[in-house]
Design a protein around this ligand. Sequence first.
Ligand SMILES: Cc1cc2nc3c(=O)[nH]c(=O)nc-3n(C[C@H](O)[C@H](O)[C@H](O)COP(=O)(O)O)c2cc1C
Length: 356
Amino acid sequence: MPFTPFDLSGLRLPNRLAMAPMTRSRSYVDGIPSSLTALYYAQRASAGLIITEGVQPSHAGKGYMDTPGLHTDEQVAGWREVTDAVHAAGGRIFAQLMHAGRIGHPDNTGHLPLAPSAVRPAAQIFTPNGMQDVPVPVELSTGEVEATVRDFADAARRAVEAGFDGVELHGANGYLIHQFLSQNANLRDDRFGGSVEGRIRFAVETARAVAEAIGASRTGIRISPATGVQDLVEEDAHEVYPALVSALAELDLAYLHLLAGPSDELNARIRELWPNALIVNDPAAAHPSEAVGRWLPRGADLVAVGKYFLANPDLPLRLRLGAPLNEPDLSTAFGGDHRGYTDYPALALHPAGEPA
Ligand SMILES: Cc1cc2nc3c(=O)[nH]c(=O)nc-3n(C[C@H](O)[C@H](O)[C@H](O)COP(=O)(O)O)c2cc1C
């Protein structure tokens, strides 16, 4: 079953394994991905779908050190090299658009983080001066929230110009879109806050603007309901996420990417409400085969794998053969050079295709 093809709104995927988005912090010059980044993704082109690391849609959306962007011509040119390399290797690639919101530090970005409300998360962030507390963010005005929606749409257009097959909006893991959904990071009293309808508005308007800019069939969104990540409180997740997923369902997006949360009931409810393709990433799975075995029978169309795709450029082949996996070394996850990036070995195969 994981090795059967899938039609993702017209994009033919050869298998059901997606590479989950993973920040690697190796864009050292002006947020431009390097040739090494092109090699890293091209090595993983046998994924049914590659979803890139988080990419900031604007400089204001940057939070971490050395992350790439999609808001300058030079960044578009850098990504063009990446998408060309992936396509030449037979792959398909979506860019994950990520605005970090209140998770950031002036030492990384030159500006205070921006957020739905001026509420400091109990969180720390890596900076050139070591780990530091995340500062109190600046609250976005209503006009600035609307401008941020447009920034996402502009970045999506640039992604298509750069050769991406589509974009995924990062609505998970405690960053800007997720902050708007929560009860404690979003204390706004304008139309982007307050009621459940108000708190889902930023996510829905952003998804609509991006779908209008590049087509719904090229637009996906990632969510991580009620995981308590980055100090977010979501006690009403059982109301917020069904409302969000129902509103997104009307946009006919290519996919919803669910980071499976602790509530089986909510995970199942989301599958029921979502009419299009569902990608599931299960952080609790010890091995990719476990995630595949658990989620494809429960209605996932694709399973996204993070750390084991980082460490195994040929992960689909290894899973098909039942071959052993390289273990990820997370000490080289963020920053550094080719080590722990492009030097994880593929299987050495005999001509018959069996592991050597
Ligand atoms: C090094 C690293 C960087 C990550 N960066 C991102 C990111 O940029 N965007 C995102 O949505 N998730 C990010 N994640 C989360 C992964 O996509 C995934 O949800 C998580 O690793 C759990 O899946 P796994 O057990 O298959 O790795 C990152 C994870 C790792 C290990």
